[in-house]
Design a protein around this ligand. Structure first.
Ligand code: GLC
Length: 563
């Protein structure tokens, strides 16, 4: 077979890395426990529900699952407000259920990452309750960021920081003697007080939490708000205009401070002490890929989510820049690049890509907002996903994207639970629309999410035709597209492969690259584009021939076999 790269004029961006530790080229599936599968019928997903459906993920062909928080929590931020890091929320199950899940995953050859939330605890955590009871100046308060207020009676917040969810980042407490007292910092909801990572007790506690889960057999951790744990000395006012949940505004004295790297070095040493290639992935909303690369230096975390790729508009030049810049930045530090299009915090890409400006990233969509074009969004989502799955590195898939699920864009406002909705005075819809329970079977109550038909958020009608049982084994379905792409990716070693832009094919509406012997062409334009002879179709997001790539589609080609 002729090497594809010799047949086309190409510019190499990233050389092949070949085989390495599992995480370097892993496809990781994100499970959002509230919405994956409900085994007991209370309308809320749970661990036995996840365990029961792990074979679906094994059949899909992913390498690992990352499970969003399942710890005891008052659920003011859907579990990202943790009251006890070493137990399970009763609604989700028990530690025995977690052990069963880990054992079943292992049996199926799936790795498991759990979510670690170290920037803040819940206000129901024993530490925060003790801090409130103990009063100012106590060692209990020193685990959090309590400060005196400004103004004559201390009635003004200590600085001008805003919560990512809206409103001020400070809440004033009532002291044990009943007087108005100090303020505590919360970069998110007031139910999520920030920990003080200058306190050695906090370090010791999290080292113990890591060990607790590593000893139980998890393969690693996804680290929540990984760029926020250390704040600038003296908590100076921020000069950055801080838009809620807009990742490009994660700048200022509370984000991406030098001190966070020391925490990751400490944790890397802990993970290195375990066998089995345990790994960490950082949720660091850092816009500049070179800043992001600092989190994945050889003695820090293993991976960082590529939010530059997620937020790139559906535009060939923007996509090309995002891909090139992230590969170069990660290669500089010897790290693997990750790829992600959707998660539980952003509008699902099947809807994002159907908006008037495709790929725009907004804080949720409601019934009174302009509605995405669902068919076009899905067509583009399939093209984007097929392109992503050919990129070298590691990819993250958010539950339901393998079914082509859209955002629920007409959810009733009364159902919204995301704190963003309340904290912004109902001006931002928030993230509930991407968190709607999964449809497993078209004809069952709640589309098979729960045995009783209960569902903590109402599912949109379109979930019926997109249910898993309408797609598994059905040629051309989105599920089968993902399955086929994952199988080929594995067989052809694309995750450990190379990336070279196919210069002659790239233009303002076309993205074309070569990974090993595979030529990947994404046509972002509205007319078909011709492909030179000598290739045959390996996989495609819509029906395609070897002669051209249809509009809004991705095709994987390989050199045609010689007669
Ligand atoms: C991360 C999580 C998000 C959560 C926030 C606060 O961004 O992904 O869901 O609300 O951290 O923990």
């Amino acid at each position: 077979m002729t090497s594809t790269s010799t047949a086309l004029s190409t510019t190499l961006v990233h050389p092949a890395t070949g085989d390495g530790p599992w995480w370097r080229d892993a496809v990781v599936y994100q499970v959002y426990p509230r919405s994956f599968a409900d085994s007991d019928g209370d309308g809320m997903g749970d661990l036995p529900g996840i365990t029961a459906h792990l074979p679906h993920l094994a059949a899909l062909g992913v390498d690992a699952v990352w499970i969003s928080p399942f710890y005891p929590s008052p659920q003011h931020d859907a579990g990202y407000d943790v009251a006890d890091y070493c137990d399970i929320e009763p609604t989700f199950g028990t530690l025995d259920d977690a052990d069963t899940l880990l054992a079943e995953a292992k049996r199926l050859g799936l790795r498991v990452l759990v979510d670690l939330v170290p920037n803040h605890t819940s206000w129901d955590h024993a530490w925060f309750r003790a801090a409130l009871a103990a009063g100012p100046g106590s060692p209990e308060r020193a685990r959090y960021i309590f400060r005196e207020g400004k103004g004559p009676d201390g009635g003004e917040p200590p600085n001008n920081w805003l919560s990512t969810f809206g409103g001020t980042a400070w809440t004033r407490v009532t002291e044990p003697d009943g007087t108005p007292g100090q303020w505590y910092l919360h970069l998110f909801d007031d139910s999520q007080p920030d920990l003080d990572w200058t306190n050695p007790e906090v370090h010791a506690e999290f080292a113990a939490i890591l060990r607790f889960w590593l000893d139980r057999g998890v393969d690693g951790f996804r680290i929540d708000v990984a760029h926020g744990m250390v704040k600038a000395d003296g908590l100076p006012d921020t000069v950055t205009v801080h838009e809620n949940l807009d990742p490009t505004h994660h700048l200022g004295p509370m984000w991406d401070q030098e001190g966070v790297h020391e925490i990751y070095r400490e944790w890397r040493r802990i993970l290195n002490g375990y066998d089995g290639e345990r790994a960490m992935v950082a949720e660091a909303w850092v816009a500049d890929p070179r800043r992001m690369a600092r989190y994945v230096r050889p003695d820090e975390v293993h991976q960082s989510f590529n939010f530059g790729f997620l937020t790139a508009l559906w535009d060939a030049n923007a996509q090309r820049t995002a891909i090139t810049d992230s590969l170069l930045a990660m290669d500089d530090v010897g790290a693997t690049t990750t790829w992600v299009l959707s998660n539980h915090d952003v509008v699902r890409h099947a809807s994002r890509l159907g908006l008037a400006v495709p790929g725009t990233f907004g804080p949720g969509i409601g019934a009174d907002d302009p509605q995405p074009d669902q068919a076009l969004g899905l067509r583009r989502a399939r093209a984007a996903s097929l392109m992503m799955l050919a990129l070298p590195g590691s990819a993250y898939v958010y539950q339901g994207e393998e079914l082509g699920l859209p955002e629920h864009t007409t959810l009733d406002d009364d159902e919204r639970q995301d704190p963003v909705w309340e904290r912004t005075g109902h001006t931002q819809k928030g993230r509930d629309g991407c968190r709607v329970p999964l449809p497993w079977s078209a004809d069952a109550p709640a589309y098979g999410f729960s045995p009783t038909g209960a569902s903590w958020l109402t599912q949109p009608e379109v979930f019926g035709e997109l249910a898993a049982d309408r797609q598994v084994g059905v040629p051309g379905s989105t599920f089968e597209l993902y399955r086929e792409a994952l199988a080929l990716r594995r067989e052809l070693g694309l995750g450990g492969g190379s990336l070279a832009w196919a210069d002659d094919l790239c233009d303002d509406t076309t993205l074309a690259f070569v990974n090993g012997d595979v030529l990947v062409v994404t046509n972002l334009g509205s007319a078909p584009m011709a492909v030179p002879g000598g290739f045959e179709v390996l996989a495609s997001s819509v029906d395609a021939s070897a002669a051209e790539v249809p509009a809004e589609a991705t095709v994987w080609f390989r050199p045609a076999a010689r007669a």
